[in-house]
Design a protein around this ligand. Structure first.
Ligand code: DGY
Length: 328
């Protein structure tokens, strides 16, 4: 009898995805969604050849050397800053992520957060729920204009381009972006976006949306100095990763009126949120839900599962991050 490879599913997942995995693997699953420490993850990975992660589990050199049977990690996320890719590649461990299937849903949410932030939706709802609405007033919760304003995008991958299209074609916005590499002319005109330097982006944007990957180079890419370059009437939206923004500096700028408002879906050290952000009113806070529609989360989970099946059964993962491991 051929032994099925052993895999660990590190977080709760759709039952039908678990069933599909069970057809191909001997599965140990964390359907109770218990929070594991790194040491507990290592303990549970003993004897496992593969792991299904969600972006919260750190896979680094220490874990790899403690789990000698591990051959592959499939992330149910497009971001993979929880992977030390160099360490994985050096050890011959394949990494996969879940791109494309979440692009439009995440771009929708980027725009949702932009609109909610600019038009002060949560702040005014709290006011109403608190019973403070006693009469209409000409300037009550007056927000920032969205249509016709300047939309700045930092990081112009697939999600950034989706946001640019929504802004340009849906709201007649003037779209500028900054990215390490400039898009080709056809892609730029397809999303009616213009490349500018980071300095111009910061000083010209009425709404600045962050969609860049989190790396050592993008740590605190928006800190006190960058916030000081933005218009005091501007809004800042982060749907990328916590750690790209210096949350303490942002809370200070919001409190001091040096920035109009912020919309944040991601936080440094989440699920903890910097306490200063919880006490400023002009910030919309959501718990990392940009890709959260059931159909998109299902597609992400299926892609992670199909990557595991692709690698272990067919030697052909769908979205490898370090394909050189396959050649070695
Ligand atoms: C991703 O895919 O990187 C998201 O942030 C996870 O929801």
């Amino acid at each position: 009898m051929v032994m099925k490879p052993k895999i660990l599913v590190a977080r709760a997942v759709f039952p039908e995805v678990l069933l599909k995995l069970s057809d191909n693997f001997e599965v140990t699953a964390n359907q109770e969604d218990e929070a594991w420490t790194p040491a507990q993850l290592i303990e549970r990975l003993q004897g496992m050849q593969g792991v299904f992660t969600t972006g919260s589990e750190r896979i680094d050199a220490a874990l790899i050397s403690a789990c000698p049977d591990l051959k592959m990690c499939a992330n149910m996320a497009v971001g993979f800053n929880n992977f030390d890719l160099d360490a994985m590649t050096a050890a011959g461990v394949l990494a996969t992520n879940a791109p494309d299937v979440l692009t439009e849903t995440t771009a929708d949410f980027g725009f949702t957060l932009l609109m909610a932030t600019a038009r002060r939706v949560t702040e005014s709802e709290h006011f109403l729920r608190a019973g403070s609405w006693t009469r209409w007033r000409y300037d009550m919760f007056a927000g920032a204009e969205v249509h016709g304003s300047t939309l700045g995008i930092l990081g112009m991958g697939r999600i950034g381009q989706g946001i640019a299209k929504r802004g340009a074609f849906g709201f007649g916005m003037n779209v500028i972006y900054h990215n390490r590499s400039r898009l080709d002319a056809a892609t730029e005109s397809g999303c009616r976006a213009r490349w500018v330097t980071k300095e111009v982006l910061l000083s010209a944007a009425d709404h600045l949306v962050l969609v860049l990957p989190y790396t050592a180079a993008s740590h605190h890419a928006i800190g006190a100095a960058e916030l000081a370059q933005m218009k005091p009437t501007a809004t800042l939206i982060n749907i990328a990763r916590g750690g790209i923004v210096d949350d303490a500096a942002l809370a200070k700028a919001l409190r001091e009126g040096r920035l109009a408002a912020a919309g944040l879906d991601v936080f440094e050290g989440e699920p903890r949120v910097h306490p200063d952000l919880l006490t400023v009113p002009n910030v919309v806070l959501t718990p990392h839900i940009a890709s959260a529609t059931l159909s998109t989360r299902r597609a992400m989970a299926n892609l992670a599962a199909d990557n595991l099946i692709g690698f272990f059964v067919h030697r052909q993962p769908l979205t490898p991050l370090n394909p050189e491991v396959l050649k070695a």
